[in-house]
Write a protein that binds this ligand. Structure first.
Ligand SMILES: [Mn+2]
Length: 650
């Protein structure tokens, strides 16, 4: 092209010089013809100019260089075999050359901006990325830039193989029928047949329809093997089998639901099986009726869980647990009881009960209290300090550490994560740990527990403890004050028997009353002062009603204590049409927190988990550093909307 331009330039110089000399000649010898000659030249030059423009434009549109002329024919073959094409562009990012490789396609790139080929190319031009994969007319290209040239490598085959490889990666899963054994144990044959046709059969058909391999491993459990492609499909359908089973169970009046667990992201089958097991445990401990997915290197994902967990129908598990815990205690040299930081009535009440069980079994036990005691609990404790200190050993974490040996049993109550514990160091060092809790499992254990008794359907740990005490067959070992503290724990955790209250909660309350709990005393433990009343009223002034029965309370006037936040959130649930409440306030100079409560339709745990917090279906919390109340309220409202838009299942 440039050679041709040079040639053209020279020819034009000759032509114009010729015209000039000829004009001079005419001027001197045939002056009267001058005008005519100049006009002829003028027309000639004009025609020539138009011709040049036409030729040049066509030149650009066709091709300016021929690849073989630049790089030799061998390289051209090599590029063809490697399926590589290239284009060059000028300083204005206008394409001025495309190689023959693109001839098979109807690309009209010459004279166009490079970015008009694909907007993503801008990233490579700006230097944001070195390499890019794009798809053009069903062909996948990998693009690299060298100076003013872009190289396009056709990687369609590779992409296809990659996709096939991903589609075919193995996913292992478990499908578990929650409460199946309990539901079928005392049923007649024909009811069991109904259960099998209404509940088990749909699962088998669902697996078959989706091309999964399914094998029964227990009466209530299937092992499934599938691949990523199938998994994606059932994920896109949001595991609709969960709803189907829930509906048939409701029709059959059974408390059966599905818990599913899937593990993926590794080719190690042992690891997959282990992960699937862990995921199933998580799904069940969060209350069942949901799916937990473990993808190696990623956070556990959950789907479903639209129902508040069903109460188990019979108490077989309590009997087994009571027996196992008793055996663990008897086997140990001593027992250390740890609770969550800022022990509340539920935590302290169950610690007192556990401490009394140990005494009755003639084992030395101590209760760690160094993580602080919640204000109202502390007041009740101080009121009865002499009585309680005479019957229990309260120690600091350091003192408990000194008593920790290889044969010590550590019992974690009302929490299951080391980071929430008032005995974190003890947990990190202990050889035998038993966990009794009623909070939904969120994260994996960072320690290796000997026994885990987590029941998220239960109102409180004191409810679980009351049942365990009855099954342990120990009588008359609790004082009236201790039972009253336990009952208070139940009253607080159920918000006065309004939340998470099942028939078993009342049974446990009845038992506590029987062994001496005084409801009147429990009530006075919970009386608030006038200052507290005034503060709560102030906070309530900031309440804003969102749609769908959600109330948020962003409060920025002063620091709030967490218990006040949860009390306000609880109080809002007492208003008709309020389904869930979120109280947002500063809890220290550089941190803000949310305390959320729900009546049971709205899953506050799911919303606050998205913000990095946790809790359970009807009560959850989160704390954030370096954020304002306004900012956190904004994030919270966004998550609430996202939750509602996704139909409640996140
Ligand atoms: Mn509790």
């Amino acid at each position: 092209m440039i050679e041709r331009l040079e040639e053209l330039k020279l020819q034009l110089v000759y032509l114009l010089t010729g015209e000039f000399i000829l004009s001079l000649f005419v001027l001197f010898f045939f002056e009267r013809w001058l005008l005519l000659v100049l006009s002829v030249f003028g027309v000639l030059n004009f025609v020539l100019l138009v011709a040049i423009i036409i030729v040049l434009t066509r030149g650009v549109k066709e091709r300016m260089l021929h690849l073989t002329r630049v790089v030799g024919s061998n390289v051209k073959h090599a590029l063809d075999i490697g399926r590589v094409g290239f284009l060059s562009f000028d300083d204005q990012y206008i394409v001025d050359y495309t190689s023959e490789f693109f001839d098979d396609f109807n690309f009209e790139w010459l004279g166009q901006r490079v970015t008009s080929i694909h907007p993503q190319i801008g990233q490579i031009l700006s230097g944001e990325v070195n390499q890019l994969s794009i798809e053009l007319e069903d062909v996948n290209y990998e693009i690299k830039r060298v100076n003013n040239t872009l190289f396009f490598k056709d990687i369609s085959d590779l992409s296809l193989i990659q996709k096939q490889y991903l589609d075919n990666s193995v996913v292992i899963g478990y499908i578990h029928f929650d409460n199946y054994e309990e539901s079928t144990q005392y049923q007649e044959e024909h009811t069991i047949a109904n259960i099998d046709s209404g509940i088990r059969q749909p699962v088998i058909e669902w697996a078959k329809k989706n091309g999964m391999f399914l094998r029964r491993v227990k009466a209530d459990r299937f092992l499934v093997v599938l691949n990523e492609k199938i998994f994606k499909k059932i994920l896109d359908e949001r595991f609709e089998i969960l709803n189907q089973i829930r509906e048939s169970a409701t029709q059959l009046d059974l408390a059966i639901s599905l818990s599913m667990a899937f593990a993926k992201g590794t080719t190690d089958f042992d690891e997959l099986e282990e992960l699937a097991n862990q995921a199933l445990e998580l799904a069940q401990n969060r209350g069942g009726d949901q799916v937990a997915i473990k993808h190696v290197g990623k956070q556990t994902q959950y789907f479903g869980g639209t129902l508040v967990s069903n109460e188990k129908r019979n108490k077989v598990k309590v009997r087994v647990m009571a027996q196992s815990i008793k055996e663990l205690i008897v086997k140990s040299s001593n027992i250390i009881i740890v609770g969550h930081k800022e022990m509340d009535f539920d935590c302290m009440g169950s610690a007192l009960a556990m401490s009394r069980i140990c005494s009755t079994l003639q084992k030395q036990s101590s209760i760690v209290t160094s993580g602080g005691i919640e204000k109202m609990m502390k007041a009740a404790f101080d009121l009865h300090a002499e009585h309680l200190q005479g019957r229990h050993t309260f120690v600091s974490e350091t003192q408990a550490m000194n008593a920790l040996s290889d044969n010590t049993l550590v019992i974690m109550l009302d929490h299951h994560l080391a980071e929430h514990s008032n005995g974190e160091h003890i947990i990190n060092k202990a050889k035998h740990i038993c966990v009794i809790d009623h909070h939904r499992r969120g994260k994996d254990f960072t320690f290796d527990p000997t026994l885990v008794y987590i029941e998220s359907w239960s109102s409180s740990v004191v409810e679980l403890m009351s049942e365990l005490m009855q099954y342990m067959g120990i009588r008359n070992f609790m004082s009236s004050i201790e039972s009253t503290i336990m009952l208070t724990g139940m009253i607080v955790d159920t918000n006065r028997f309004r939340l998470k209250t099942s028939s078993r909660t009342y049974e446990a309350a009845a038992y506590l009353r029987l062994i001496g709990a005084e409801p009147g005393d429990a009530d006075s433990f919970l009386k608030e002062t006038y200052d507290e009343f005034e503060l709560k009223t102030n906070v309530l002034h900031h309440a804003q009603y969102l749609d769908n029965g959600i109330v948020i309370v962003p409060y920025d006037d002063q620091l709030l204590a967490r218990p006040v936040m949860s009390m306000v959130a609880d109080q809002l649930l007492g208003i008709s049409d309020v389904e869930a409440s979120f109280v947002i306030a500063k809890v220290s100079d550089n941190s803000v927190a949310i305390s959320a409560r729900s009546r049971g339709k709205f899953n506050v745990q799911f919303v606050l988990e998205k913000l990095g917090g946790g809790g359970h279906y009807t009560a959850a919390a989160v704390q954030k550093d370096n954020m304002s109340v306004k900012e956190l309220a904004q994030l919270c409202v966004e998550e609430i909307h996202r939750y509602i838009e996704s139909g409640g299942n996140i």
